[in-house]
Design a protein around this ligand. Structure first.
Ligand SMILES: Nc1nc2c(c(=O)[nH]1)N[C@H]1C(S)=C(S)[C@@H](COP(=O)(O)OP(=O)(O)OC[C@H]3O[C@@H](n4cnc5c(=O)[nH]c(N)nc54)[C@H](O)[C@@H]3O)O[C@H]1N2
Ligand SMILES: Nc1nc2c(c(=O)[nH]1)N[C@H]1C(S)=C(S)[C@@H](COP(=O)(O)OP(=O)(O)OC[C@H]3O[C@@H](n4cnc5c(=O)[nH]c(N)nc54)[C@H](O)[C@@H]3O)O[C@H]1N2
Ligand code: SF4
Ligand SMILES: [Mo]
Length: 692
């Protein structure tokens, strides 16, 4: 008899879908979006709709393996199958050896977004490494610049509930690829449009969403701060600000006024590549439509200016008082609605028992430097990678590879497939997929906490992340009791909180109901107005000017600062094109890149450029191109498109081992960090292009 199991997609995606898995004789035979879930609404993205191709792929890593060929070679032939016992012994020996010779901080965990599950993604592993006293990983590759910037204005990671979008009359999608990365918001946007809302997209790339919008503004990458300040210039000049809301809900208006005065529409236009009339029109439309909502995602903040850009954008709904209305305000992340007990779940206090202090934190965006810096004390000697693919996703790829090649570095990778990173692994351990585990899942795009039931037994000898670290802790003889907690005990720890948002939410209830809305305060008609009662700052007011930023040497309001390389005329002459190495709509970062069905859905290995830039270089459609800068060179095929802004070119993220020439777009990106949040600056990259 087939049975239907309630699961949840834990991949790095704001939608956190409720997934129904049909299981027959222990095998998953069907996967579908839950029609009863208010956000999932019965459909999955094209990637996960084909998830069974992934679970049952003949390429799955199903057994522990030890390297038998030189580092840098991949494929199953480079490895020999061993038992879990042998694998754990080998790993334990290397961790102990590193600890004894160089201290526990010579061990570095490396994990990120393979799963956002609370138990397997960020639970038991943290306990394990804290207990050892291993280095911490500063996990800033994705959204830290934007998060810090948003919090610097609003005080919290809260935003408009997607279910309130239909109330909006003006939707400004700003550096967010809705159809690619947040598809479950689209039905709510469509509903708003049926109710008369206007949809405007600000994105240098003509995404599918931009093509469907009422208006698309192809801003130059990294210049959004100037656009937002230009809009605020017009709004303040025309007296369209909400004086009453500002008086009661914000500080720093005078400083903002002075700063915005500098950003005339003409100046904003010159920086952003838009027309002054566009800046004027956008400001007028935005400030006069009510309610208005801004859907920011993380595209804006992957630039050197990323923090300042998000900060300036966050000021817009404060200036117009948009937060007062249902369907008004902005959304970058809703993750602040889930106040789980992370202290109890992750046990950072264990670091103090191990070291008497917090362990050092190494920035994941600078993995190459971390692994190759001769001055780093202690050096990293053992690297444990799980649910991440650093050899593909980290900036400055060539330096990362140089580090991973080090013969004295021991690298273990817990994975579902042989990836770019396993090409450098000494040991590969088989990882379970989400169908094979029980998990607690939050969201950064909606307000439901969900529990995923295990649908099928792990394939082969695969184990979940939590189970991997439980086994390793036992093998290393770590007596700390909490390292042996069951998945249920971990879930209970996460839910063990008096926070009002978690009122009435227990594991038992989640086991029965699968998905529960967070108990955030709502108005009588059910609206969630995150900041109407006051912002989440110490004095309840939005900070339009920040003393903390001034102390850190940044502009206290916001300011456009040109990216480092474009300030050097020699660099600019050699590498005059701005390169945006984006994510693809039918992969998830580099997850799914190896599956033939998914590959067919994407346009891959292309450099999209404007016909004028192509003509200047004698490039025609389909030409083989060499794209290069001082960090590296890659090979792509020319795709000419009129919708590309002149001077800007686009590439996309893929596995390096599958890319022509064996290098992916991150061979070109730099490991410079964002102005706020120590984030990655993928979208501030300069290149030149020539025909092969
Ligand atoms: N299909 C799919 N879904 C995904 C992912 C995926 O790889 N594929 N990744 C997941 C992850 S990890 C994340 S963090 C989210 C991210 O979700 P998004 O933030 O939506 O994704 P990005 O592609 O980084 O950026 C969004 C858009 O910003 C544009 N952009 C780039 N630079 C700038 C700029 O300077 N200014 C402006 N205004 N726009 C700019 C890009 O062209 C892109 O279309 O998506 C998640 N969902
Ligand atoms: N050029 C460029 N680079 C980028 C980006 C970009 O837009 N452009 N985006 C950046 C962003 S926003 C992010 S978040 C990062 C993402 O970087 P990563 O978090 O490294 O994401 P993925 O490349 O998807 O790799 C995740 C890996 O985890 C594995 N995995 C999945 N589930 C599990 C599990 O449960 N257990 C274990 N052990 N393994 C699992 C998958 O097979 C996959 O190989 O990439 C960043 N890199
Ligand atoms: S990747 Fe996103 S849209 Fe696709 S199933 Fe998972 S949560 Fe839903
Ligand atoms: Mo991300």
């Amino acid at each position: 008899m087939p049975r239907v199991v309630h699961s949840v997609c834990p991949h790095d995606c704001p939608d956190a879908c409720s997934v129904l898995v049909t299981v027959e004789d222990g095998r998953a035979v069907k996967i579908a979006g839950n029609p009863e879930h208010p956000i999932t609404r019965g459909f999955l993205c094209a990637k996960v709709a084909r998830y069974l191709d992934r679970v049952y792929s003949p390429d799955r890593v199903l057994y522990p393996m030890r390297r038998v060929a030189p580092k840098g070679t991949g494929g199953f032939a480079a490895f020999q199958r061993i038992s879990w016992g042998e694998a754990l012994d080998e790993l334990a020996v290397h961790l102990k050896q590193a600890e004894e010779e160089f201290g526990p901080e010579s061990i570095l965990p490396f994990s990120y977004g393979g799963t956002l599950g609370q138990i397997h993604g960020y639970g038991m592993d943290h306990r394990f490494f804290h207990c050892l006293g291993a280095s911490q990983l500063d996990r800033t590759i994705c959204g830290e610049a934007g998060t810090e910037a948003m919090v610097s204005v609003n005080g919290a990671r809260l935003g408009v509930d997607p279910e309130d979008y239909p109330f909006s009359r003006y939707i400004l999608v700003w550096g967010a690829n809705i159809h690619g990365t947040n598809i479950h918001l689209w039905p709510f946007i469509e509903k708003a449009r049926r109710n008369g809302a206007r949809l405007v997209v600000i994105d240098p790339f003509r995404t599918r969403t931009a093509a469907l919008a009422d208006w698309h503004l192809a801003v130059r990458p990294g210049t959004d701060v100037a656009l937002a300040l230009g809009m605020m210039h017009c709004i303040l000049r025309d007296g369209r600000e909400d004086c009453e809301f500002l008086a009661s809900h914000a500080t720093g208006l005078d400083e903002l006024r002075q700063k915005a005065a500098e950003y005339t529409p003409g100046r904003a236009a010159a920086i952003t590549g838009l027309r002054a009339a566009d800046v004027e029109q956008l400001a007028r439309e935005y400030a006069t439509a009510h309610p208005s909502v801004i859907r920011l995602n993380y595209g804006v903040q992957r630039t050197e200016n990323g923090g300042m850009s998000v900060r300036a954008i966050c000021m817009l709904p404060v200036l117009t008082g948009a937060w007062k209305e249902r369907g008004g305000g902005m959304t970058l992340s809703t993750s602040g609605a889930f106040p789980l007990n992370k202290m109890l779940l992750r046990r950072p206090d264990l670091m103090y028992s191990a070291l008497g202090r917090p362990a050092r934190a190494l920035n994941m965006n600078q993995l190459g430097r971390v692994l190759t810096d001769p001055a780093l004390e202690p050096p990293v000697k053992a690297l444990v990678v799980y649910h991440s693919n650093p050899a593909a996703v980290c900036p400055n790829h060539n330096l990362v590879v140089e580090g991973l090649q080090r013969p004295d570095l021991f690298t273990a990778v817990h994975e579902q497939f042989l990836t770019d990173t396993t090409d450098y692994a000494d040991l590969v351990l088989p990882a379970a997929t989400f169908l094979e585990t029980k998990e607690l899942v939050t969201s950064y795009g909606h307000m439901y906490l969900q529990l995923a039931d295990q649908a099928i037994a792990p394939l082969g000898e695969a184990v979940s992340n939590a189970e991997f670290f439980r086994r390793l802790a036992s093998r290393m003889g770590l007596a700390e009791e909490c390292l042996h907690d069951s998945d249920d005990a971990l879930i209970d720890a996460a839910l063990d909180s008096d926070h009002p948002h978690l009122a009435g939410i227990t594991r038992q209830r989640l086991e029965q109901e699968h998905s529960l809305p967070m108990a955030v305060p709502r108005t009588e008609d059910g609206a969630f107005l995150p900041f109407f009662q006051g912002f989440a700052t110490p004095d309840g007011k939005a900070l339009l000017a920040s003393r903390e930023l001034a102390e850190a040497g940044l502009d206290p309001v916001a300011e456009f600062v040109a990216p480092v390389e474009s300030r050097h005329s020699e660099e600019l002459r050699q590498f005059p094109l701005e390169f945006v190495p984006r994510k693809l709509d039918h992969f998830l970062n580099t997850t799914f890149t190896n599956l033939p069905g998914h590959q067919k859905m994407n346009r891959r290995f292309e450099l999209q450029l404007h016909p004028t830039d192509a003509a200047a270089r004698g490039i025609a459609e389909g030409d083989r191109l060499r794209v290069f800068n001082s960090r590296g060179a890659i090979e792509l095929k020319a795709h000419l498109d009129e919708a590309t802004p002149e001077g800007v070119v686009f590439g996309s993220l893929d596995w390096a081992r599958l890319s022509p020439g064996g290098k992916n777009v991150n061979a070109l990106t730099s490991d410079r960090l964002t102005d706020m949040g120590r984030g990655a600056t993928f979208y501030s990259t300069l290149v030149e292009v020539e025909r092969f």
